[in-house]
Design a protein around this ligand. Structure first.
Ligand SMILES: Nc1nc2c(ncn2[C@@H]2O[C@H](COP(=O)(O)OP(=O)(O)OP(=O)(O)O)[C@@H](O)[C@H]2O)c(=O)[nH]1
Ligand SMILES: [Mg+2]
Length: 218
């Protein structure tokens, strides 16, 4: 659950990138880090083994101010390998939203599904059943990527899925903004943020877009 300090005028959001091993969670964070205004971004903290596998978690802090309020968005990745189950649960605790990074390759369908089931089980056990989740199909550049119209939508045929190529950065910011927007809406319903902070979703997203260095089309 987001930490909101109305006296200090500070809001902290926690977002988590989850998904099967090697689907591109850390690559998403690297691309996002590359986009954030170099003067204001926090340090990207990654902890990899020598072969690039995330050992514990990655963290990208994104801090900015808008309308006299400080916003802190902490973006985490979990390690995908099954052996790191305990770490995934610790990182997921207190999340305000999840990006599920699925692998577009046809032979990764089972790995996607099993990670999705693992995510759902962990959310339920953490009491986070209603958390906003954005599904991203990464590695769209690979020639054998399953067409988006045919990918697994994890039990909901109407579920929005976003395509991305994290190594080139394509789709990375779109995915991030989709989740931030949904996380804000969920918090607004719970905490009446717009009324209490005097900042609505559009103002918040506009300030974030400026900080991340993208032009908002909406
Ligand atoms: N072709 C292609 N390769 C990608 C893409 N995204 C990531 N990769 C590659 O996939 C491998 C794994 O990427 P990571 O970002 O480390 O994956 P991860 O999900 O963080 O992996 P774990 O931390 O072990 O769970 C690396 O070799 C990346 O270069 C993509 O969009 N296209
Ligand atoms: Mg990783």
């Amino acid at each position: 659950m987001a930490q909101v300090d109305f006296t200090e005028r500070q809001l902290t959001l926690k977002l988590v990138y989850y998904g099967p091993p090697l689907s591109g969670k850390t690559s998403n964070l690297r691309a996002l880090h590359g986009k954030v205004d170099t003067l204001n971004r926090g340090r990207l903290m990654t902890l990899d083994t020598r072969d690039d596998r995330t050992l514990f978690f990655d963290l990208l802090p994104i801090f900015f101010r808008a309308s006299g309020f400080s916003f802190r968005i902490k973006v985490y990745t979990v390690p995908g390998q099954p052996v790191h189950e305990a770490t995934r649960k610790v990182v997921l605790a207190g999340a305000d939203g999840v990006v599920f990074v699925a692998d577009s390759r046809p032979d990764h369908r089972e790995a996607n599904r099993s990670s999705w089931q693992n995510l759902q089980a962990n959310l339920v056990s953490l009491g986070l059943g209603a958390l906003p989740i954005v599904v991203q199909y990464n590695k769209r550049d690979l020639p054998d990527a399953v067409p988006l119209a045919a990918v697994d939508r994890f039990g909901d045929p109407d579920r929005l899925v976003l395509g991305a190529c994290a190594t080139s950065g394509e789709g990375v910011v779109d995915t991030f903004f989709e989740l931030v927007g949904r996380a804000w809406e969920a918090l607004d319903q719970d905490l009446k943020l717009a009324g209490r902070l005097g900042i609505d979703s559009a103002t918040f997203r506009g300030a974030l877009a400026e900080h991340v260095g993208v032009t908002m089309v909406k």
